[in-house]
Design a protein around this ligand. Structure first.
Ligand code: MG
Length: 300
């Protein structure tokens, strides 16, 4: 069984220009919760003006918590700092995600802190979460390449991963934030990471910006990875390459996994309908080649 971490409502929508109503976001998450997905990242507790799409985090999470019956689904939320953590905790969030990068230049532009400083914030948050019994997942951006620093060395990735595990995260999601990773690099980095960490505690977060995501996923499967992040319909563009593709689509991931005989527990018809709904609200077409073909033919 492969675990899919659906990041469309958060990572996907955060990078969409059209600001959706809370109702539409809720309907999207509600539909996703009927597909068999077991982890759906809901929102991010950032300062309201910094990411307008996430300004309704409190209202949205409250609706998800109150109105979506518990089907054993985890609804994690991103938490950038202690303030965000306190809000998440007060709303009953059971799992949070904290985030950093391997590149200082990227971290400074993205979160206004060096990698080292980001660990100070994450340390405060993870210490509180531990006391409160809240699960913590760690994200690493620019694991393979950075828009400012180019190719990132694997030793940086190993160091940041190690420090995240020291904070007590249960899993580290390794992000190819700008979609530059290529299969040979993914294989080599994973071989090095596996010398240091149990492979079952690593997740891969690929972007399909340069069309390499499915191949990188295939290589990761061969290296023993069993958890992948993806975004329904391929929601979310790439902020570092205007008009380009961001997160790999959950539908494309699903098709690859099923072609390998790997179970996901996800109903592709229901997933496609959830994606179709939100893409219509965004007034855009899907980046997912599989989804486009499926919607046109009705066939897998
Ligand atoms: Mg992403």
């Amino acid at each position: 069984m492969i675990k899919i971490v659906e990041v469309g409502p958060r990572d996907g929508l955060q990078n969409e220009k059209t600001i959706l109503s809370t109702e539409d976001k809720f309907q999207f998450i509600s539909s996703l919760s009927d597909t068999g997905l077991k982890t759906i990242e809901v929102t991010s507790f950032v300062k309201a003006p910094s990411i307008p799409q996430m300004a309704d985090a409190t209202e949205l999470f409250t609706r998800v918590k109150n109105e979506i019956s518990n089907k054993g689904i985890s609804f994690p939320c991103l938490v950038p700092n202690l303030k965000g953590y306190e809000t998440a905790k007060s709303l009953g969030v059971k799992e949070i995600a904290i985030f950093t990068a391997t590149s200082d230049s990227f971290a400074r532009k993205n979160i206004n802190a060096s990698v080292e400083e980001s660990f100070e914030r994450m340390r405060e948050v993870s210490q509180e979460a531990k006391k409160d019994g809240i699960l913590v997942r760690g994200y690493i951006s620019t694991a393979f390449g950075c828009p400012y620093e180019g190719v990132m060395d694997v030793t940086k990735l190993i160091n940041v991963t190690k420090k995240l595990f020291e904070l007590g995260v249960y899993e580290v999601s390794i992000g190819d934030t700008i979609g530059v990773a290529v299969p040979k690099q993914v294989r080599n980095y994973l071989k090095d990471l596996k010398k240091e960490f149990p492979v079952e505690k690593l997740a891969m977060h690929f972007h399909d910006t340069r069309g390499m995501a499915p191949t990188n996923i295939y290589v990761s499967l061969e290296e023993g990875i069993t958890t992948f992040d993806s975004s329904a319909g391929g929601l979310g563009g790439c902020p570092y390459a205007k008009g380009a593709t961001g997160n790999v689509a959950t539908e494309d991931l699903w098709y690859l996994l099923h072609s390998e005989g790997l179970e996901t527990g996800v109903d592709i018809q229901k997933l496609s309908e959830a994606s179709k709904f939100i893409l219509e609200k965004l007034n855009r077409s899907s980046e997912s080649k599989f989804l486009r073909a499926y919607l046109n033919t009705g066939k897998v």
